[in-house]
Structures are given as structure tokens and as C-alpha cells.
Write a protein that binds this ligand. Structure first.
Ligand code: PMP
Length: 456
């Protein structure tokens, strides 16, 4: 029996060993060299914590893969899934189903502007694939522009749109994908010194890219509103509005990918709300139901939806808009409203995580920059603050990645499960993380950063 009490000690090493043995024998893990991994056997989770079979409990500063926005095992959502399973566990996408129509209504009411039609998918990459397909069909144009510092998913087109080096092994050079540099002042591709300079040069670079690719060949520009996996880089003021204006001028569809940044993560329902910008298509997943049942989707503008009024939209999978996933979304959005989770995320960012992380940066030479908002923060770890040399090289593995591995091991020893990507650690707890939990995480990071400091 797995207990549902994160504070009660729990240990059943024999059960954990059996889980681990079956995993190692038969589970082929994603993004991994199968013979080199040692996955933790997890016995249970609740709220901001999960625990193993050996008596260890971890504060989850990763929110899974940045998706458990209301934490683990929220009883209201679990009850809603159970109720839906009892009522109608599954039904094909072509039918009008109560949980599906209600989820679509609640999402459409929260997405910005006239993004009022919801196409459901089973996750984020599939949402991106469909947004691109919609943009190409709507415009009749082939090309798509995406940013180098980005992650859009691991399916065929989504991994090609991704700029992150993780795409390298599976990059098939998908037809029509053109990458450009989006703004990131700390490592400015434009040698800018100020945010205003970075913004202006990034917009000029995008204009130049479009001019040389041919505006009439470009279907879409896709950007993460706040790039997540690539480093939580809040765009400078004016940038997204500038991209919006460029898209309008050339008839290009503007796609904002909010798979990670949406549903409360940044302290707003959608990150676009911070920038007063309305895309033509907005992709979501993860936080829509905290990942309790796989769900994602595309929120579609009235103009693009009109393209498919009499012409069929050629896309959709067997499980699209699954009733269990939609019931979980309805319940999750209800919880977020009732418990003011979005407002809480904004406040915890402003009053605890932001100030706490900046204070750590003052004391730890390995911290090059702190950036973020809401429950969405990154620490850029460096060998040298002056040169900004990353603590580990891009795409490092094995020995080259040792400093980040040592940092991670130290965090885990403190009972903190950290998010690590290249030379960065992200502080991305549940959006309803309590103040005490957030402070516990900061204290553990303090110890782990002392280990990172030894490599500076
Ligand atoms: N877009 C963004 C911005 C993401 O962060 C992710 C996942 N990390 C995806 C797309 C892909 O989502 P999924 O893994 O659900 O396919």
C-alpha cells in the first residue's frame, strides 16, 4: 500500500527493488542510454512532494516535467476522473461529450482575444504539429520560422522546429523549417547591451530573415511566449508585440507555444497576458489538467477557424479530447479558480522565489543570472561571472557534465529534486507550492550551489 501522507516515513525496499527490476528488464526509457540510467523507483506523491521506497522524500522543484501545476494527487481532480470513469470512460472524438465541451468552454474563456475554438490533442508536440498544419493550410504557404533557443516537442515536425541541441540525433531537416535567433540579453546573439537594443536588433534580424526567405512563402512564426526548457528567458518589452506586427504585415500566422508557460505557470493564465499580445494560434498541454491524464490542444482564432468552416480539417487521433482527460481539465481549472492558484503563483514569485533566488545569487559565485516570474525560474550556472562561461559546455554529457551532476546530487541529498538542463537549474515547483515549501527548496539550493561554487 502506498501511503498518501507526504510527511509520514515510508519504506518498503523489497517492493522498490521489485519495481526497479521489472523496469530495468522491460521499460525502454525516453531520452536515455538504456544501459547508463538508474531510475528512482517512486512509491507515491502528494502536493509538492514525492517519495521512494527507501524512506526518502523529495520536494519536487521540477513539477514532473513542468506540468503538475496544482501538485500531485489533488483530491478534487482525482474524484472528477473517478466520476467520469464511472459515467463514460471513453468516447470517440466525433461526438459531443459533456466533459469535452465543458473543458473547451473553460479553456476558451481563459485564452486571450478571440482564441475561442479548441482543438484537443494528447500532448504538447501533437498540439504544435497541428498548429503548424493549420497555419500551412490557412495560408497555403510552406515555411515555418522557429527560434534556436526553443523546445517544441519530440515528434517529427516538432523536433525539427526545436532549436535545442536535443534535436540533433533526430533532425531530418524537415522541409520548410527556418530557424532564427530570438532575444536573450545574457547571451545576446546581437551583442546588445540593453534590453531595448536586444529587442530592436532581434526584430530587425527577424525582418531580415523574412526578407531573404520570401514573406509570401512563410506560413507561420512559432515562439514560446517565455521559452522554458531552453532557459526561461522572458522576452524584452515590445518584442512579442513587434513580432505580432510583423506577422500582420506579411500575413504570417503567429503561433505562441504555451505548452509549458500556460495555465498559471507564470502567474497569469497564459504568459501572453503579461505582454498584451494575442497570437493566431496558441498551443497548450501540461498545466491544463496538471498532466493527470494526457491532454493538450490548440486554441484557434476566429479567422483561422473560419478557414475550416466548410473545408474539413485533416487531423486528429483516436483519443483526441479523451473524456477522462477533459474531466481532469474541468476539475483542474475549477481548483485553480477556487484556490486562486494563478494569483498565488504570481505572489510566490514576487515575494519568495524571486527575492530568495536573487539573494542566493549574491552569495554564490556559480550563479551567473537569475531570471523568471511566477513559479517559473532559472539559474544560469557559470564558471566565471565575468566571461559568463557556462559551468558545463552546451550539450555536455559524461565527465563534461560532472559539475551539474555534482550539483544535482547535492540537491537530492538535501531532499530537493532539481530540474537540470545543460548549465542551468530551473526552480519550477507546483504553482500552489506553499511559502514554507518554497523556502525549504531555497535552503536546499543554497547547499547545492556551494558544491557548484567549487567549480568556479
Ligand atoms: N512545447 C513546449 C514549449 C514544451 O515545453 C514541451 C514539453 N516540454 C512541448 C512543446 C512538448 O510537449 P509534450 O512533451 O507534451 O509533447
Amino acid at each position: 500500500m502506498t501511503p498518501h501522507a507526504p510527511h509520514a516515513p515510508y519504506a518498503d525496499p523489497a517492493a522498490g527493488a521489485a519495481v526497479k527490476a521489472a523496469d530495468r528488464a522491460h521499460v525502454f526509457h525516453s531520452w536515455s542510454a538504456q544501459g547508463l540510467i538508474d531510475p528512482l523507483a517512486v512509491a507515491g506523491a502528494e502536493g509538492s512532494y514525492f517519495w521512494d521506497y527507501d524512506g526518502n522524500r523529495y520536494l519536487d522543484f521540477t513539477s514532473g516535467l513542468v506540468y503538475t501545476n496544482i501538485g500531485y494527487q489533488h483530491p478534487t481532480v482525482i474524484a472528477a476522473i473517478q466520476e467520469q470513469a464511472g459515467k463514460l470512460a471513453t468516447f470517440a472524438p466525433a461526438f459531443a461529450i459533456e466533459s469535452r465541451s465543458e473543458a473547451a468552454r473553460l479553456i476558451a474563456e481563459r485564452t486571450p482575444g478571440d482564441l475561442d475554438k479548441i482543438f484537443f490533442t494528447n500532448g504538447g508536440a501533437e498540439a504544435v504539429e497541428n498548429a503548424i498544419r493549420m497555419a500551412r493550410l490557412h495560408t497555403g504557404r510552406p515555411k515555418v520560422l522557429s527560434a534556436y533557443r526553443s523546445y517544441h516537442g519530440a515528434t517529427s515536425t516538432a523536433i525539427n522546429l526545436t532549436g535545442d541541441p536535443r534535436r540533433w540525433p533526430s533532425d531530418n531537416g524537415s522541409a520548410g523549417v527556418v530557424r532564427f535567433w530570438a532575444p536573450f540579453l545574457y547571451r545576446s546573439p546581437f551583442y546588445a547591451q540593453t534590453e531595448a537594443e536586444e529587442c530592436a536588433r532581434a526584430l530587425q534580424h527577424l525582418e531580415d530573415t523574412i526578407a531573404f526567405e520570401g514573406p509570401s512563402s512563410i506560413a507561420a512564426i512559432i515562439l514560446e511566449t517565455v521559452p522554458g526548457t531552453a532557459g526561461i528567458m522572458t522576452p524584452p518589452p515590445g518584442y512579442l508585440a513587434g513580432v505580432r506586427e510583423i506577422c500582420d504585415r506579411y500575413g504570417i500566422v503567429f503561433v505562441l507555444d504555451e505548452v509549458m508557460a500556460g495555465f498559471g505557470r507564470t502567474g497569469a493564465w497564459f504568459a501572453a497576458d503579461h505582454f498584451d499580445v494575442v497570437p493566431d494560434l496558441l498551443t497548450f498541454a501540461k498545466g491544463v489538467n496538471s498532466g493527470y491524464v494526457p491532454l493538450g490542444g490548440v486554441a484557434i482564432s476566429a479567422e483561422i477557424a473560419a478557414t475550416f468552416e466548410t473545408r474539413p480539417y485533416p487531423g486528429g487521433l483516436t483519443y483526441s479530447g479523451h473524456p477522462l482527460a477533459c474531466a481532469a481539465a474541468v476539475a483542474t481549472i475549477g481548483v485553480m479558480e477556487d484556490e486562486k492558484v494563478v494569483e498565488h503563483a504570481a505572489r510566490i514569485g514576487e515575494t519568495v522565489l524571486g527575492p530568495g533566488l536573487r539573494e542566493l545569487a549574491e552569495r554564490h559565485p556559480s550563479v551567473g543570472e537569475v531570471r523568471g516570474l511566477g513559479a517559473f525560474w532559472a539559474l544560469e550556472l557559470v564558471r566565471d561571472r565575468e566571461t559568463r562561461e557556462p559551468l558545463v559546455p552546451y550539450n555536455a554529457s559524461g565527465e563534461a557534465a560532472a559539475p551539474m551532476a555534482a550539483f544535482g546530487a547535492a540537491a537530492k541529498k538535501q531532499g530537493l529534486w532539481p530540474f537540470i538542463n545543460m548549465n542551468r537549474t530551473h526552480a519550477v515547483p507546483a504553482c500552489n507550492v506553499s511559502e514554507a515549501e518554497a523556502k525549504e527548496g531555497l535552503a536546499a539550493l543554497d547547499v547545492a550551489l556551494s558544491v557548484a561554487d567549487t567549480y568556479t
